[in-house]
Design a protein around this ligand. Structure first.
Ligand code: NAD
Length: 290
């Protein structure tokens, strides 16, 4: 397939290179990044011209809207605009509507799996859009990832992503505060893990990504809390989930509290640049009303 790939950063760069490796014809564009091994166009519109699929992997919804406004007029009717960034549901739906008005197909297909998953081609795609668009891009999802779930109409991929990450943020905080409480009660961390990981408190954050160093499978906690999944990316996703909750008047008190705690961690404490599981040393240091 002829593919344009716009946004070649930490995630987009390796994803685009995996498509090249699989034999696709890829033309990339980025304001700054120039990954080796990719043909680069002078503008996004130039990259998009004649492409069967235009993939975007950008920082946020405002940038996605601006890039979409530039590339949609350059695309051929029937081509697919597939956004893999994590953005607000509103931007995803609005860009999809603009693409449809121009005779294009559109998908929102945010990912989980991080930079490691992008390089290894093992991402999970959560996809919103029509069956026709999903079927066209599915072979590319199969190259860049190990799983693509079609979640329904446009915006539903983003909805699935922010609901998942709201659970993840809340659960990580719960796991970290429980470890910090266990410490203060004199309970050994290994014993805590052995019990919780096989009891009703188990979760992905405890069992697969344990925030306590030296306990459970290898995780960023065993690597000085280098990300992994950075706290500021968790903060971004929790912000998107609260934005969505406000838009549809959903009561999400735990998501709201998780947003406050990650905001404090990233903006006022030393959380920026650390993995989101570094909430555990944060709780370790604090007393009850600090
Ligand atoms: P990044 O900042 O490394 O890459 C974004 C790229 O977009 C940059 O290279 C930037 O130069 C480029 N860009 C910005 N504006 C542009 C424009 N107008 N035209 C062309 N290029 C432009 O970010 P990333 O880590 O690759 O993340 C990309 C998206 O993936 C984000 O939405 C993020 O939330 C999501 N995501 C990231 C991770 C992760 O672990 N990094 C995991 C899941 C999802």
């Amino acid at each position: 397939m002829k593919i344009a790939f716009i946004g070649l950063g930490n995630m987009g760069g390796p994803m685009a290179l995996n498509l090249v490796k699989a034999g696709h014809e890829v033309v990339g564009f980025d304001l700054a990044a120039r990954p080796e091994g990719l043909t680069i166009a002078a503008t996004g519109a130039e990259a998009a011209k004649g492409a069967d699929v235009v993939i975007t992997m950008l920082p946020n919804g405002a940038i996605l809207r601006a890039v979409a406004a530039e590339v949609i007029p350059a695309m051929e009717k029937g081509a697919v605009l597939c956004d893999c960034s994590t953005v607000d549901v509103e931007s995803a739906r609005s860009v999809a509507a603009e693409a449809a008005d121009a005779g294009l197909l559109a998908l929102d297909a945010p990912v989980s799996g991080g930079i490691g998953g992008a390089s290894a081609g093992t991402l999970t795609f959560m996809v919103g859009g029509t069956d026709e668009a999903f079927a066209k891009v599915k072979p590319l999802f199969d190259v860049m990832g190990q799983k693509a779930v079609h979640c329904g109409a446009s915006g539903n991929g983003q909805a699935a992503k922010i609901c998942n990450n709201m659970i993840l943020g809340v659960t990580m905080i719960a796991t970290c505060e429980a470890f910090a409480l266990a410490d203060k009660l004199g309970l050994d961390r290994q014993a805590m893990f052995d019990v919780v990981s096989t009891s009703s408190g188990y979760s992905w954050t405890m069992n697969a990504y344990c925030p306590a160093p030296g306990v459970g499978p290898k995780s960023p906690a065993d690597n000085g809390y280098l990300p992994g999944f950075a706290s500021e990316l968790m903060l971004k996703d929790l912000g998107l989930s609260q934005m969505a909750a406000e838009a549809v008047d959903a009561d999400t008190p735990m998501g709201e509290r998780a947003l406050e705690l990650y905001r404090r961690f990233v903006e006022d404490e030393d959380g920026r640049g650390k993995d989101f599981s570094a909430m555990l040393p944060r709780f370790e240091k604090l007393s009850r009303n600090a």
